[in-house]
Design a protein around this ligand. Sequence first.
Ligand SMILES: [Fe+2]
Ligand SMILES: [Fe+2]
Length: 336
Amino acid sequence: MTTEAQLEAQFADTIEAKDRIEPRDWMPEAYRKTLIRQVAQHAHSEIIGMQPEGNWITRAPSLRRKAILLAKVQDEAGHGLYLYSAAETLGASRNELTEKLIAGKQKYSSIFNYPTLSYTDVGTIGWLVDGAAICNQVPLCRTSFGPYGRAMIRVCKEESFHQRQGYELLMTMMRGTDEQREMVQESVNRFWWPALMMFGPPDDDSPNTAQSMEWGIKTHTNDELRQKFVDMSIPQAEALGVTFPDENLKWNEERGHYDFSTPDWDEFWSVVKGNGPCNDQRIAHRKRAWDEGAWVREAALAFAEQSAEAAAPAQTGSAPGQTGSSPATTTEETAK
Ligand SMILES: [Fe+2]
Ligand SMILES: [Fe+2]
């Protein structure tokens, strides 16, 4: 018999050795809960994040831009699904998590509560928002929970395409007219601060960070990642020919990093609490899609059950070596 203390010691050894915790392994309840909260918040962000850009699909300036944006928004749906699957291995179903999102009991990234005012914002979101997501997510490829880390590897590859398409869009506009250059600068001005806030509150106001780092869920603090993003973005802005709206942005020789102003944390908390420009709209839209899709989920489940029933007698009568008919397996998978 393995005692609770032995299980805890095994868990601690695995974390210490930077090995993965897998769904069937024993884990402390608090570790499971923290992960469910984080993975759910991440999944919700991918799904809600489809809305600000999805808003522009029907108004793309060319077929090429439309194809790129469609592919990008579709990728985000895929990211959401990988992540809901990862959460499912922790015992939290996609239904349960979506209900919590709609009821306002779980959060998503506050950046998606800002509006997209022109097609330029598609470029800025790709460059800065997907760029910030990459900074956040690359270290998560080595997170201690196996399914989450493995989902992140594929997600990050796709995020890098997202960032490049955004940068390329802005670069194209910067080669255009004065008016187009102004549109890029205006869009960058609007997204810069919300992008910096994507890394979460400052370290001294982030009570869960220390525990998450101890468990290997997080490997860098919010402020470390924010600094990395600032340092990375400035040369890109210079190459593009835009500036960021911060007069304190300058290279600090001593620190070996760029200095920058403190984001407006009051605005951040206000948006997190539901008072951003688009919070109500985002949740209302998600709720409508969820309600309107109820019949699809019901039909898929009923079909899976019927197929399983139909396949059952055939299985008992089948000769050795003839395993259960594949249609049942296939439909069950489709129903998930
Ligand atoms: Fe994504
Ligand atoms: Fe993305």
